[in-house]
Design a protein around this ligand. Sequence first.
Ligand SMILES: [Zn+2]
Length: 418
Amino acid sequence: MNKVVFGFGLLLSCVASAHAGTGPAVISEKAKAIQAKAINLDTHLDTPALFGRPGWKITDRHTYSGDGSQIDYPRMVEGGLDGGFWVVFTGQEGRDAAGNLKARDAGLKRLSEIREMVAANGDKFELATTADDAARIKAAGKRIVYISMENAYPVEQDPSLLSFYYKQGLRMISLAHTSHNDFADSAGMGVAPKGEHGGLSEKGKALIAEANKLGIIIDQSHSSNEVFDQMLELSTAPIILSHSGAYDVFAHSRNIDDKRIRALAKKGGVIQVNSLGGYLIDTGATPEYRAEQRKIYEAFGGRRGMSEADRKQAMEQIAALDKKYNIKKADFDDYMRHLLHIIKVAGWEHVGLGADWDGGGGVQGYEDIAALPKVVQALLDAGYDEKQIDGILGGNTVRLIREVQAKADPAAVKAALE
Ligand SMILES: [Zn+2]
């Protein structure tokens, strides 16, 4: 666009944006009204990883610049997030018996931490297990806690543990994380690695059949394209991509191509758009950069669980490293580019939000959940109407939960709940 000819437009955009790329600065009354009515769900909240951090409380207001966290109760209220899927995440390690047992324990511990958070804050949070629970819990003035699992590693030793998880509230499961496991091939971290199973293993196929029977949503995020194709073929219910981006916008193996997005929508599935900067744009991060970054985190005992003082130091060192390697940072506009592209390709009925908060998500201008209203405003600005935005904010996810549960086997559900 020519800046001289379109001077008026430029002036308007200056009023609307605080900084280039960081999104709308003013939220309209219309956007606020739409959001207040909608059920705002994010399908990938990694915040449970913070529940074990000494002194960290979900009821305190934190800042992203202060402790790096992106979700807590005060900021959920501020940003209008009603809830979402709170993740039992386990990083993939050894695939021998010792590794599997360690993962089993880690999964059960994280599951307990989520349930304990809800039990300790019963006036603010409530466990949700059905589609109807979302509206009911919102109407009661509380935040919605569905439980999901990222990486099925905790049930590798004993897949029948899935029915125990179901009884405890699990309603969504992904198979692999950033490396292959016994269930499925991973999409890797940029360039797709050579597959091990050619998609799903027999064990992975059996897990999908079991999840279908129980009405647990199958999540493809982090798995390979072959896994996507096979999941779509095998699953008797529509599937989800709980936190993914568009490969046709940025060619990264964690993103999904337009052809597959269309196939997903055709089968009634939904794709929830991720805000992890390195998946949105080419940041210029090289393997050397990543190795140096890893060293910094390791020097402070790992990315999670750092004290505030250590975190500050680590962040200063990473900022210097970013400068040395000339690392580009993704911003709000980059996020919207993926979101708007995916809406165009899938149709608005098949899209939602899964920003990967507290799991690596967030970009400049969209750093924590308090900024969620910007997305609503940006969708309005892009021409979407109330019904469409309502679906994207959470209506489509609720529809998916309902459909997947309607396709469950009542006898299997009954047996799991006994
Ligand atoms: Zn993830």
